[in-house]
Design a protein around this ligand. Structure first.
Ligand SMILES: Nc1ncnc2c1ncn2[C@@H]1O[C@H](COP(=O)(O)OP(=O)(O)O)[C@@H](O)[C@H]1O
Ligand SMILES: [Mg+2]
Length: 382
């Protein structure tokens, strides 16, 4: 029985208990580190590799320790977000986009989810912190103030039982404890106006359910902007909205970015959104970055077979096709990741080297990097 269970993806109850015990040991140790109080700043102080970046992910590993095994949701991710730029992160569902951004906010679901390796260097202007080493206590001061997040579903990120104004006031007051009540309200109304809502005073008194989906998403954006963050993470900000509202929200984000001079990390599975918004593109697959570069490099000259597949599976106006292309196969199970290229079994362009270990990063240009054996040795030639 147990032998058979090894061959399939099922595991026995005893095995599951053993894994669970081991997991508890690991997660308890990691949680204890995070929960420490009064940790000297020196422990998580770090240096940016380039002061022109607002955040640098460096070989980040974020795992979920579950009873059926370790899910390597983010497995060695490296990329940076330059000051004032928009970086688009694209990939199929489940490839680790949200977990990457939640790691930066230290909002990965604990105790199961933990950053186990790597660094996330966050530029605070006069100094830099390594989020991977920060205790919860220190992180709370940074969250919202330096980095803020716009979630996918506006209805779930607003509390249905409180008025919009109350919720905005709460955020602003939390980060500005010395502000008077009137000043906080004025700031809330100002931020509602900023996201293009005409009747700001009226909306201030409303409840979330009284607003349309697009309006709610504007409020969520207002909330994210309320404390002038240096970086805004937008995780699928338009996925829950219909197409016309989607365009309005993107337009709004674009205008606000230049107004407040923040950087945006834009997460989406929609290449169209990336093409419109991003300066840089990061393509993720199964917890790793397979290709990254300037948006125009990745769009005009995609190199990784996965990126090429994504481009081909996007409908284009005025192009007649029999059937829309779809990438064959599915994303591998993140519990038992192979040590060879994760995309190999779905790839139609394999070369002999693909039988070997995971491909290294190959520079196509200074900014354009791809992890694929096809470009190894050839120095990036197609
Ligand atoms: N709380 C969790 N427990 C276990 N696995 C999780 C959890 N959250 C996410 N995962 C796994 O992590 C991987 C990446 O998820 P996610 O980052 O949400 O993907 P996406 O790219 O769609 O945002 C997926 O395989 C998902 O199943
Ligand atoms: Mg997601």
């Amino acid at each position: 029985m147990s032998k058979k269970s090894n061959e399939t993806s099922y595991i026995s109850a005893r095995e599951s208990r053993r894994i669970s015990r081991e997991n508890q040991k690991i997660t308890r140790r990691l949680d204890k580190r995070l929960a420490r109080k009064h940790v000297p700043e020196g422990e998580y102080l770090t240096q940016m590799r380039d002061a022109g970046n607002v955040v640098e992910f460096d070989n980040l590993h974020t795992y979920f320790f579950t009873d059926v095994g370790t899910v390597k949701a983010v497995d060695g991710v490296t990329f940076e977000v330059p000051v004032g730029k928009t970086v688009g992160i694209v990939g199929e569902s489940g490839c680790g986009k949200s977990v990457t951004s939640l790691s930066l906010m230290q909002l990965v679901q604990r105790p199961n989810g933990q950053i186990v390796d790597g660094a996330i260097r966050l530029n605070l202007g006069d100094k830099a912190y390594d989020v991977a080493k920060m205790p919860i206590e220190a992180m709370q001061k940074v969250r919202g103030n330096v980095v803020s997040m716009i979630f996918q579903e506006p209805m779930t990120s607003l509390n249905p039982v409180f008025r919009i104004g109350f919720q905005l006031d709460e955020v602003i007051a939390l980060h500005n404890p010395h502000m008077s009540k009137e000043a906080v309200k004025a700031r809330s109304i100002e931020s509602i106006k900023m996201v293009g809502i005409a009747d700001a005073e009226g909306i201030y008194e409303r409840y979330p359910h009284e607003l349309s989906g697009g309006m709610r998403q504007r409020i969520v954006i207002a909330m994210a902007l309320a404390c002038n963050p240096r970086l805004i993470i937008a995780d699928e900000p338009t996925t829950a909205l219909d197409v016309t509202i989607q365009a309005q929200i993107l337009e709004l984000l674009r205008n606000l970015k230049s107004e407040i001079n923040a950087s945006i990390m834009l997460i989406t599975h929609d290449l169209g959104v990336i093409a419109e918004m991003a300066d840089y593109v990061v393509v993720m697959y199964a917890g790793r970055v397979v290709e990254k570069g300037l948006a125009k490099e990745v769009f005009l000259d995609p190199r990784h077979p996965y990126t090429i597949g994504l481009m081909e599976s996007k409908p284009v106006i005025n192009k007649t096709v029999e059937r829309l292309y779809s990438i064959p196969g599915a994303v591998p199970n993140p519990v038992n990741m192979p040590d060879y290229c994760y995309f190999r079994d779905r790839c139609e362009k394999c070369v002999a080297r693909c039988q070997g270990k995971y491909p290294p990063e190959v520079h196509v240009s200074d900014t354009h990097i791809v992890s694929c054996w096809r470009y190894f040795e050839e120095g990036g030639a197609k």
